[in-house]
Design a protein around this ligand. Sequence first.
Ligand code: UN1
Length: 501
Amino acid sequence: MERYKNYIGGEWVDPVGGEYFEDRNPADTRELIGLFPKSSREDVDKAVAAAREAYKKWRLVPPPKRAEILYRVAQRLVELKETIARDMTRENGKILEETRGDVQEAIDMGFFIAGEGRRLHGYTTTSELPDKMAFCIRVPVGVAVVITAWNFPMAVPSWKIFPALVCGNTVIFKPSEETPLTAHHFVKVFEECGLPPGVLNLVHGFGPEAGQALCEHPGTDILAFTGSTEVGRLIAEIGARGHKRVSLEMGGKNPIIIMDDADLDLAVQGCVWGAFGTSGQRCTAASRLIVHKAVYTKFLDAFVERAKALRVGNGLDPQTQMGPIINEAQLRKIEHYVELGKQEGARLMCGGYRLTDGDLKYGYFYAPTVFADVHPSMKIAQDEIFGPVVCVIPFETLDEAIEIANGVRYGLSSAIYTRDVRNAMVAIRDLQAGITYINAPSIGAEIHLPFGGVKQTGNGHREGGTQVLDIFSEWKAVYVDYSGRLQRAQIDTERLVKLGD
Ligand code: UN1
């Protein structure tokens, strides 16, 4: 069985402690994919030293030159897309169509951010003094730690790694222990495309060991994280103690509102994709369908029929529409919430059990599950479950629907199906979320728009778009005085400075 390595300072190295963990296929746990380094504080020390050393030179490489490498990475990913997607399906479980999309998202991000190498716009402005010029530029921050979840093993790391690099930072990437092979492939492409040693380092392992050591290390400057709100809070606490910049992208409990004037067929299709795409394991997944009473029964019947008909299985089989759950712990969490939903009095319309027929018994499969007549205050309507479990909640007025939609601690994505422009505009104005879709499901954000959430989903940062550059660069204000004499700024003189004085 192949033992994979960490990538530190341009070398593929074994973990100092010599320990490894297993990467298994969640669709068939008999398949061991590989053994990956269980890194410790010592490995982290080495990676930080390498990243700090490389930073000295990388920050001085002109951004268009940095970007040329990133552009080549994106091009190479185009060639490797199918191979990587297949491996990603093996370790993550999601269907091939979706893992291709995951790689595609990284390709898009690579090309988009490579373009920034020739932009990275600052801006100029006026000065209050004569013969003086003022402008602002972006400067790199230092060493960025990238810690990511397993559900988008390449797309989400790409949202952080490409922008961090184009801005002139060096990076240490600690991928999820559930999807280390995709991370390995990704980093190998950077190596192959000529990224200098130490600029991107890969440290495999677990959060409480490698992850925590990276966050606490005095040699790291940015902590960029995607994952649960609980872990995000811990990272923010560590970051605050170390005066680090922390960017968090965390949980969601995303609503789709279906108005009485909606195109119901379209809404049903969108909700099936939004709720059960990636087996509901997206931070943008639709987990609350808030449906107008006038169309409630009609919508529910059609939606449940579609949910029941979904073909669940191994993601490599082209017939499969929904893959497995990532692991046993996550499956248990889903079971716990389904039990809770029943106890809370929600009406279980379909699903609510593991799938164990034939070869499915070797994987972590769960049936698409729909709860109807859910009260907005129930735990199943409040907590992020991260699985194929969706709550259907009735309402009478748009105001009420928006109140329900906003009545959770998260605020990532949101959507409304309506044919009335007024309803759409009110939803855009009033939904507390970083993303609002009109007549489309809550998933499927495009990389060139800002991505992130409000309330406990985020901490004010946005990935994607050019907004992501604000995570990975500092603004520097520059004043150039060409008057040849001491000029004091207006606040430092009693009189107003006269032109030509
Ligand atoms: C995530 O689940 O962490 O908008 C990201 C979407 C995808 C990204 C999801 N483009 O659904």
